[in-house]
Design a protein around this ligand. Structure first.
Ligand SMILES: [Zn+2]
Length: 166
């Protein structure tokens, strides 16, 4: 009941906007990072329900392409948020790997022990890891600083709880 796969917002971010892609992953959105130099690519992602974010005007006539004007990643994120309604409820922190977009899996505490500093282990209950690159995440780690910044910038209040899981 908590799985809302059908309405999930998904993005393709054109190359040169890597930081925007990371922010969208921090927020838990399925975010592909691709060079969008072929119509074929744009059309395929479009058919799959992705919203395509680019700074190039090349595909401006395509209905699912959103052209961003800003250079700054945070301003780009604001542009995205202004165009598609993203509610704080859509946000799922600690859901995707920031590096590779993979969905994170819960990591047993006993396994986390060897991957994180002692104080982190002592002060966190839950850990997650990326099945692809093995990066370990926890609620107090660097995503938190990102979230703080995001809250400041966008005026959101996003709670850092782990909510429903899956
Ligand atoms: Zn990863």
């Amino acid at each position: 009941m908590t799985e809302s796969g059908t309405s999930e917002k998904r993005f393709v971010v054109d190359v040169m906007m890597g930081k925007l892609a990371k922010w969208l992953r921090v927020l838990g959105f399925d975010t592909r990072y691709r060079r969008l130099d072929r119509l074929q690519t744009v059309e395929r992602f479009s058919r799959e329900g992705f919203l395509i974010l680019t700074r190039s005007r090349r595909w401006s006539e395509h209905s699912r392409v959103s052209i961003l004007s800003s250079n700054d990643p945070m301003d780009q994120l604001r542009e995205v948020m202004a165009r598609i309604p993203v509610a704080p409820g859509d946000v799922r922190l600690l859901h995707r790997c920031i590096r590779c977009n993979e969905r994170l899996s819960k990591l047993a505490r006993s396994l986390a022990l060897s991957h994180v500093p002692d104080y982190v282990f002592e002060t966190n209950v839950s850990f997650y890891h990326c099945p692809k690159c093995n990066k370990v995440y926890w609620s107090g780690s660097h995503p938190r600083r990102m979230i703080d910044r995001l809250q400041d910038e966008l005026g959101w209040s996003v709670s850092m709880n782990e909510q429903t899981g899956g």
